[in-house]
Design a protein around this ligand. Structure first.
Ligand SMILES: *[C@@H]1O[C@H](CO)[C@@H](O)[C@H](O)[C@H]1NC(C)=O
Ligand SMILES: *[C@@H]1O[C@H](CO)[C@@H](O)[C@H](O)[C@H]1NC(C)=O
Ligand SMILES: *[C@@H]1O[C@H](CO)[C@@H](O)[C@H](O)[C@H]1NC(C)=O
Ligand SMILES: *[C@@H]1O[C@H](CO)[C@@H](O)[C@H](O)[C@H]1NC(C)=O
Ligand SMILES: *[C@@H]1O[C@H](CO)[C@@H](O)[C@H](O)[C@H]1NC(C)=O
Length: 247
């Protein structure tokens, strides 16, 4: 993840540029930020222009489905189009510019809520409907804030969230094992699979991907014209296979 750090020297306006958070798409691809223009760390100008590119780490090309959110100090965050943002009539003092980059998901800025001032906040993240499956990581920048005593934010293991999502369709095959018999047909011996005994017949449902549902839930979604099914204790093969017995 690219992050521009500016070396401070003395003047009137001072800039801090943390890359606050990122959601990157799955598939091993990541994005980074390249700043093309940024004010000096200390500057006497009352305006500041930032321009930047979000590049795909693997292809080095601009990220097409990334959404950039810019935020200055405590002002409302806004979507910054074309990788450029200008701030005018700035007051003297330190300013913080935050750039949030989103891949397959995006934070919904208007959903930001303060649950407990200076302590607990909430926000909603939406995952791009164009992406079928993947992983979104929500992580805070290491040095983005300090407590009242001036201790800087330390990332704990639980300060990032990994979301795996999968909207792909799941298919199911129903299989049953029918006994094999050897049968003499004309002068040849053939193997045939046939039975008229459907007592204790085993039925297996093979899903194309693991499912979260229990055997009971799956059973409820099966219509059976005659008899009934009982779940058996067949191995689940990672929640992809469910076995039942006809009774
Ligand atoms: C980065 O590029 C790769 C290959 O070109 C592509 O599969 C991937 O989706 C891209 N990642 C993003 C976040 O756009
Ligand atoms: C601004 O930031 C600099 C360096 O980070 C710090 O030395 C200075 O005390 C800050 N000034 C104010 C007014 O917070
Ligand atoms: C996050 O982890 C730290 C220690 O690793 C723990 O003290 C803290 O309670 C955890 N916070 C939450 C919200 O789970
Ligand atoms: C399967 O599990 C999902 C997630 O818990 C649930 O939304 C769905 O209703 C369940 N399906 C059935 C047939 O119970
Ligand atoms: C299964 O039966 C229920 C009612 O008993 C019916 O509403 C549903 O359409 C049936 N499903 C199939 C796939 O036949």
């Amino acid at each position: 993840m690219g992050l521009l750090r500016v070396v401070p020297f003395l003047s009137v306006l001072c800039w801090l540029l943390p890359l606050l958070c990122s959601i990157t798409k799955c598939g091993g691809s990541d994005v980074y930020v390249k700043f093309l223009k940024a004010p000096h760390a200390f500057s006497h100008f009352k305006s500041a222009t930032f321009s930047f590119q979000v590049l795909n780490t693997s292809s080095e090309s601009p990220c097409s489905n990334c959404i950039l959110i810019c935020k200055l100090d405590d002002e409302l965050a806004s979507v910054c189009k074309k990788g450029k943002v200008k701030y005018r009539t700035l007051r003297d003092g330190n300013h913080t510019f935050e750039l949030l980059v989103y891949g397959a998901g995006q934070v919904i800025p208007s959903s930001f809520r303060i649950l407990q001032p200076n302590l607990i906040y909430s926000l909603l993240v939406s995952l791009s409907s164009a992406v079928q499956y993947g992983r979104a990581i929500l992580v805070m920048d290491r040095n983005f804030c300090t407590d009242f005593a001036g201790n800087s934010f330390m990332r704990m293991p639980n300060s990032s969230v990994n979301i795996h999502f999968d909207r792909r369709k799941v298919y199911v095959n129903i299989r049953t094992s029918v006994p094999e018999e050897l049968l003499q047909l004309d002068s040849a011996t053939r193997t045939i699979q046939a039975t008229n005994d459907f007592d204790r017949l085993k039925i297996y449902l093979y899903f194309s991907a693991p499912v979260l549902n229990s055997s009971a839930e799956i059973l409820n979604s099966i219509n059976i014209s005659q008899g009934s099914l009982l779940p058996n204790n067949a191995k689940r093969l990672g929640d992809r296979r469910f076995g039942f017995m006809v009774s």
